[in-house]
Write a protein that binds this ligand. Sequence first.
Ligand code: GDG
Length: 734
Amino acid sequence: MRQVFLITFGVILAVSAVVGLFALNQANQEQIELTSRLQSRSQVLSDSLAESIEPSYNRRATSTMQRIIERFVSSERLSGIGVFDNLGSIVASSEDLPLPDDGKLVTTVMDSDEALGDFVRGDGVTYYVHVMPLHEDGRVVGALAVVQDATYIDESIRDIWRDNLVRLLLQVLLFAAAIFALVRWVFFRAIAKLVAAVQAARKGEEGKTVDGPGFLEPLAGEISKVTTSLRQARQVASEEARMRLEKLDSPWTAERLKEFVKAYLKERPIFVVSNGEPYVNVKEKNKIRWIVPAGGVVTAINPVMEACGGMWIAHGSGPADKEVVDAEGKVRVPHDEPKYTLKRIWLSVKEIKGYYNGFSNQALWPLCHMAHVRPEFHKEDWTEYRKVNGRFAKALLDEIRHIERPIVLVQDYHLALVPAMIKKSRPDAQIAMFWHIPWPSAAQFSICPWRKEILEGMLGADLVGFHTRQYCNNFMDTVGNEIESRIDYEHFSIFREDHRTFVKPLPISISFPGSAERLEPPDRSIPLRLNILTPHLMLGVDRLDYIKGVPERLKGLEFLLDAHPEYRGKLTMLQIASPTREAVEKYAEYRALVKSEVERINGKYGTSDWKPVVLEEKSYSHAELRQLYQVADVCIVTSLHDGMNLVAKEFVAARGDESGVLILSQFTGASRDMKGALTINPYSAEETSAALHTALTMQKAEQHRRMKTMRASVRDYNIYRWSAELLKALSQLE
Ligand code: GDG
């Protein structure tokens, strides 16, 4: 748009300059012509008047002169006539004779014996004064001045300028409108069409031809060739990918997953249903911006949706979420390069209290995690949980009503009842449910008053996935204990009535290789901003959740600073603690506990220029977290129980330099895959401290060896492979 204005402005400037020059020339010509006509008339009038006046002047017949003057003034419509003696004094004149004050013109004419003329301005009127000498016997004896109103010359020049200005304005308006329309509709439209065609080629969409109007034809031709080559290259890649699809080996990329989806699912759309949404909109200073919320489900599922497209249904929890969606609660995301549709569901305060804060996070979350927080079961929370699950199911059923055999991926413990609700109305839907948190032992699960309903809900899915084989076993045992069914341990499936559900371990991962793959120069700006200047940096990144074992981590640090005072002043623990589930009391208590522990340790060891722990109780962007992963010497994960833990994998993925040490709790799903980590029992401060000491003194060669192993494992089993395995297993269940 700016360019259109610039072009229009340039043209207007050029037109104005041309019109201005022409107007100036016209005005000059007019002035010369009118002036010359005025001068000639003055000359003729003066000559004929002089002839009549001279005899009377020589006779000093003043009254005769006065009469002649008066007659002449009125008959020729003059502004005045004056007769002067040889001293320049008026002898006879018309009434109100407008003359220059100093009378110089009269004197000059008499001295030079030559007629002269000049313009005189006064009271908004311009006069032309013509003075000629009067003679007696060939001698100059006086002068005669004839004064004419010359204002019409100024007016005529003004009219010329005004007419030209009006013409200029009209031209400017017409030109501006024409240029605007031309640039906008012809030029920009053609460019926009070209851009759309190139974009379509980049995204691999078929059927958009690259063409442009005459002047853009050469460019369009070249772009067309490039996009054809791109399409051909893509076809070759796709062919190769298709040939490799049968093998679920590495490397898996977003492109390969896309091809896989095309080949296996024949482009059947994918629907993801989860409680949490991938983007949250907030309003700051009247401007809406989006942020990626902290949490493992979003980290894992977003790259899959970006690769495969489809629809993600989630709770719209952001304060400005409603302002960016259409009437159906939908918006295309990511906002800067849309790839799939996000449909938001709105929940009331009561629903959030019972379904989310209540049953999901005060009953199921502690029930599934052995973190010594007692689950709280309340009938009213369960009622809301069931009701909200019904609302998610209904929203999904509305969306799939015209789609044959849709693929539905239900995420996590908030939506355990959704699979059966969908299956009941749409038996043709292929449903997978992934449980992102641990599944406890059958005995532990048996304390849940609504265990049967939860299991029946989950068994509506064709496939139920957990991170580890152990969780799968626990689930099969639980179903065996609680529900009338036939358990098939050979194929890991459960028969109930006429439906069969497969149970499969699918260790979730991250999108490596991805942006994390790039080797960026380490950026220490965040530690510097936080005034962390110690040679060693130990990093923790967690939602502020009691399962993450932050107080235990702090105890481990305390133990280290006691056992190895040489680290005092040399080591800083930076804890990124993104706030989470703040409406739940246990989380508020936990937050206060972490804060007071940090203060206690900082009080115990801190000095004027060193704090052992820097606690950041706020969310960081993924790009900032990546910067931190790249400069930390140690990343520490001390979860008391954790389904997988993606922070461990993100740290490893960010270490393109193959150095740094990962300390990992043995109670995370990740500890099964991350063979190069230093594994600890976070309940033992002594063990944590020993691992920290080992990490801080580890030779570079040893760090490389361990990091290489871990990077290879995350690269081989990334999120694209995870989803390919899940989708392949699901599509083969017919
Ligand atoms: C559940 C299970 C399982 C952290 N702080 C910020 C932030 N994060 C991101 C991390 C990471 C994710 O959140 C946390 O993932 P985790 O896997 O560590 O943990 P949970 O959120 O508890 O996830 C877990 C996971 O689901 C997947 O199945 O592994 O066991 O509990 O990606 O980088 N992200 C942003 N700002 C932060 O401040 N944007």
